[in-house]
Ligand binder design. Sequence first.
Ligand code: KG4
Ligand code: ZN
Length: 345
Amino acid sequence: MPLLAIETTCDETAAAIITRDRAVLSSVVASQELLHARWRGVVPEVASRAHVERIIPVIDEALTRAGISRADLVAVAVAVRPGLVGSLLVGLSAGKAIAAALGIPIVGYDHVAAHLYACRLAHGERMRYPCVGLVASGGHTTLFLVRGPTDLERLGGTIDDAAGEAFDKAATVLGLGYPGGPQIEAAAVGGNPRAHRLPRPLASDHTRLDLSFSGLKTALRYLVRPPGSPADVPAPQGKALADLAASFQQAAVDSILAKLALALDRTGCRVMAIGGGVTANTLLRESVERLGRDRGIDVLIPPRSLCTDNAAMGAIAWERLERGENDGLELDVVPGTDRSAARRR
Ligand code: KG4
Ligand code: ZN
């Protein structure tokens, strides 16, 4: 008796079929990366139009792969916040149409909370509450005290760029493609993370759990193109590129680690969970594991396929359905943060 989860908050069109015991029968993600690459960031109107074209084929593919038909669905779950308003509306409209046609409940879920629920999906009962949660993605870098799957208290977060946004912008500065995170990670292989002294803004400020990435991005930019240099300075190559990418990646990871450590100190939590696209980064994953070992606490990290946007993490909707909740056709979107290309450049 599975539900259909739909995810269209940003630039991935995704659907998943998930049973009540949280088994993911299928998870389909149609990425729009190629569509947005030339803009080096997500263009909202392009994203919504692509969602319109893909949403029904993606849902049908999820049903086919799960070996079920629409009539087998017992509920629909839709990521309704935060995200790009046009993108969110496509997923919501598809979800409402299916729920109305089948006469089944529809519930909305929070995309950010769902990123952390990926840990519950991957690690089951090991995901214990309360825990410290970090969501680091293209739109968010936020620390939470997670009291329950849908009960998150914000402890702090970025005061400017999100971590993923910083990776994407840094990739542009380095002449790499979009999305920047995986490209910087690949370019950093063999590079010296201490080749350049890059700032870790706010990392040594122990009075607050906020982060900042814009100074790091600007420092990288001035390293590559010092003020006054001609606009057509060639992009770094070879060892120079590897050193710059490795130094940037190390600084970004150090900034995040400093605040995770502070969040553990402040809350006294013995469990730490992370999620979001940036947590696919190997250096971040290894650094978080090490922090957990040093502190003797349990660290929960989703597999990479559950870090970047997907609908399997929409399993979080079962938490609401089990409480008997049903938003019905009144369900609406809550756009929240703007993750558009305009902000990324
Ligand atoms: O969670 P996500 O798929 O979408 C949002 O909710 O924003 O995160 C996408 C972000 C992009 O900024 C991308 O550059 C970053 O995650 N990202 C990475 C890596 N893979 C994806 N950042 C660093 N290292 C990676 N391996
Ligand atoms: Zn996301």
